[in-house]
Design a protein around this ligand. Structure first.
Ligand SMILES: CC(C)(COP(=O)(O)OP(=O)(O)OC[C@H]1O[C@@H](n2cnc3c(N)ncnc32)[C@H](O)[C@@H]1OP(=O)(O)O)[C@@H](O)C(=O)NCCC(=O)NCCS
Length: 246
């Protein structure tokens, strides 16, 4: 169905107070799922698919574009002012969550996966060796084109993930991480949104040529993600906890 306010006999709900949006498709295959979309969100070209039961997806005032798979008992939160150049793919399964902080900038062909899609077992013990694990992306994180974030990863506020990199692990704040697997290549960096060719001045040799955001912090190695108290994402996370207990 198109994105619109909705409730059905399987207790699947969409909270969206605006007029129907035919650029966003929502698919419910299970029960007790909930989609909450900010009334001013500018999402388009997006499919949100609830494959199982008890999933929640919360989309803030942003312009997300892509595909979101919400698995059993999973939670996807995308904060305000997140932008996507083209087609970000998000997959969750098995009670995991993807939390994306405010003001993140996603390029083209990004993937964020808390699960591997299929189970792998140890032959001797029979135990699962690839459990699904949650992902936290902090605020003001730039995922360069074709970078991929795998299960159990976290990225601190203000960091940049290089083109074609695969993150599997913990990346601190205000750094550049690149490669496969992604490693920190530069610390104590800050990035800003103004495009090099689309925003004047067309030469930006130092920080006096941009307006500084609030994400100019030195890298703290031990601290991967700080979701500030009362930030939009922390409010979504508490909302998620409340909804889960209802
Ligand atoms: C991540 C990035 C911003 C880093 O740029 P930078 O700070 O100028 O990096 P440097 O060129 O100084 O490279 C530093 C080291 O990291 C390596 N490196 C840089 N980018 C890399 C990448 N994407 N993957 C693997 N290694 C990378 C370099 O080879 C170099 O290694 P060395 O020290 O062993 O020689 C840049 O390489 C990048 O990925 N740009 C693409 C941005 C993009 O996708 N834009 C699309 C519009 S949003």
């Amino acid at each position: 169905m198109n994105l619109r306010n909705h409730s059905d006999i399987s207790n699947n709900k969409i909270n969206y107070s605006e007029n129907e949006n035919d650029k966003v498709k929502v698919l419910f295959f299970g029960k007790n799922n909930k989609l909450v979309v900010h009334p001013d969100a500018r999402i388009s070209g997006t499919t949100i698919r609830f494959d199982c039961d008890d999933g929640i997806c919360t989309i803030g005032n942003n312009s997300f574009n892509g595909f979101i798979r919400v698995g059993q008992g999973c939670n996807v939160v995308i904060g305000d002012n997140v932008t996507c150049t083209n087609g970000c793919y998000i997959s969750t399964a098995e009670n995991t969550s993807v939390t994306i902080g405010c003001d993140c900038m996603f390029a083209s062909g990004n993937e964020i996966r808390t699960d591997d899609g299929h189970p792998i077992f140890d032959i001797v013990s029979g135990k699962r060796i690839n459990p699904s694990r949650s992902i936290i992306i902090g605020e003001h994180v730039w995922l360069a084109a074709k970078s991929i974030i795998l299960s159990g990863s976290s990225i601190g506020n203000g960091s940049v993930i290089g083109l074609g990199s695969i993150v599997k692990g913990v990346i601190p704040n205000n750094c550049i991480a690149a490669g496969i697997p992604a490693k920190v290549i530069k610390k104590n960096i800050a990035w800003e949104r103004p495009h090099l060719t689309l925003a004047k001045p067309f030469l930006k040799p130092d920080s006096s040529f941009v307006t500084k955001s609030k994400y100019w912090d030195l890298t703290i190695e031990e601290e991967s993600v700080i979701i500030k108290k009362n930030s939009i994402v922390s409010r979504f996370v508490s909302l998620f906890k409340r909804v889960k207990t209802q």
